[in-house]
Write a protein that binds this ligand. Structure first.
Ligand SMILES: NC(=O)c1ccc[n+]([C@@H]2O[C@H](COP(=O)([O-])OP(=O)(O)OC[C@H]3O[C@@H](n4cnc5c(N)ncnc54)[C@H](OP(=O)(O)O)[C@@H]3O)[C@@H](O)[C@H]2O)c1
Length: 312
């Protein structure tokens, strides 16, 4: 290995301009760990939030990224995942792993899921964080056969998985998005509505018999107001982005002791569904790892359709 490994970190608190590429030593796996040659890393809004506000300088530099896909290049003693012992050459998805914006990563075997051969590297890298969040939101609100569910932000990173997974559970899905994503949402079996003034009336017109559950994947007052007006049971409303208001209103929030277990347990099923083509993965755009700042400028718009991936 002649060229050094690379990673992207936030060198300061601020905007995307604080991101920098660093050269680092090739990491060596310890017991139970493997080293990956990363082929793609997933980009999520949380990555930018970690360095976006004022913070404690003693935490700098901040490693970024929580999910990646790659090839095993070294195996520590006893390293295994749910499929058994890991070997050099295995193609895997890593989630939840800190510092995934890197050309090489050392991860515990327990963070790995085998990559379905039919998935591209970029698709594999963006499946787990948003997918597991969607599974958790649908599980917490008990969405199932015969339900009508309202998904706010249906065309976003989490939203596109939530829409499809709700359909797979047998629910009718009404999803908010701007007009440009409506054909995409229709193709996934959802009924799209534009958000903004009059949203409540538009959803009522589509679902005169009511809405059983609502997922706020955006965090606006509108999303919570409309959800609370339509869904009689607050245990069937969740927000993954409006924590202060969500707590005041008594709706479900993503934390809690079972959250991580539900999300971790979702990984094999997400890989299976995506591998079989039953869960579509929409990659809006890929960027070279060194252009992570550009990807963060795009995510900051709040109007990305699908997911972004970085390619080392
Ligand atoms: N707590 C957790 O566990 C957790 C996990 C994952 C994500 N999150 C948070 O959840 C939020 C969404 O994450 P994400 O990855 O899905 O983000 P994202 O991909 O950046 O979401 C973009 C989507 O939001 C839609 N949107 C923007 N403004 C909207 C509005 N006023 N009403 C309805 N839809 C609107 C956009 O639709 P248009 O382009 O059509 O405008 C776009 O499809 C972020 O705040 C993220 O930090 C939380």
């Amino acid at each position: 290995m002649s060229t050094p490994a690379r990673r992207v970190v936030a060198a300061a608190f601020g905007g995307p301009e604080v991101l920098e590429v660093q050269e680092v030593d090739h990491p060596e796996p310890g017991p139970g760990q493997v080293r990956l040659s990363v082929r793609a890393a997933g980009v999520n809004p949380i990555d930018a939030k970690l360095y976006g506000g004022p913070g404690d300088d003693s935490n700098l530099p901040i490693e970024l990224g929580f999910e990646a896909a790659g090839v095993v290049t070294a195996v520590g003693d006893g390293a295994a995942d749910d499929q058994g012992p890991l070997s050099v050459g295995d193609e895997v998805i890593a989630f939840r792993v800190p510092g995934a914006y890197a050309s090489e990563l050392v991860v515990d075997g327990s963070a790995l899921t085998r990559k379905p051969p039919s998935l591209g590297w970029d698709e594999a890298a963006v499946l787990m964080l948003s997918g597991a969040t969607a599974v958790h939101a649908l599980t917490a609100t008990a969405v199932g056969e015969g339900d009508t569910v309202l998904v706010h932000g249906g065309a976003g990173g989490v939203g596109l998985y939530a829409v499809q997974l709700a359909r797979l559970r047998g629910a009718r899905v009404i999803a908010t998005a701007s007009e440009g994503s409506h054909d995409l949402l229709r193709g996934l079996g959802a009924e799209p509505v534009v958000y903004g003034d009059g949203l409540l009336e538009r959803v009522q017109a589509l679902a005169p018999n009511g809405v059983d559950a609502a997922l706020d994947l955006v965090g606006t007052d509108e999303a919570l107001d409309v959800s609370l007006a339509l869904v009689p049971d607050r245990e069937r409303v969740t927000t993954i982005a409006a924590f202060v208001r969500g707590q005041e209103e008594g709706v479900l929030l993503p934390g809690g002791p079972t959250a991580e277990a539900i999300r971790d347990a979702a990984r094999p099923e997400l890989a299976r569904l995506a591998g079989e083509g039953r869960l579509g993965v929409v990659v809006a755009r890929t960027y070279p790892l060194a252009d992570a700042a550009e990807a963060h400028r795009q995510i900051a718009t709040g109007h990305t359709t699908g997911k972004l991936a970085l390619l080392p």
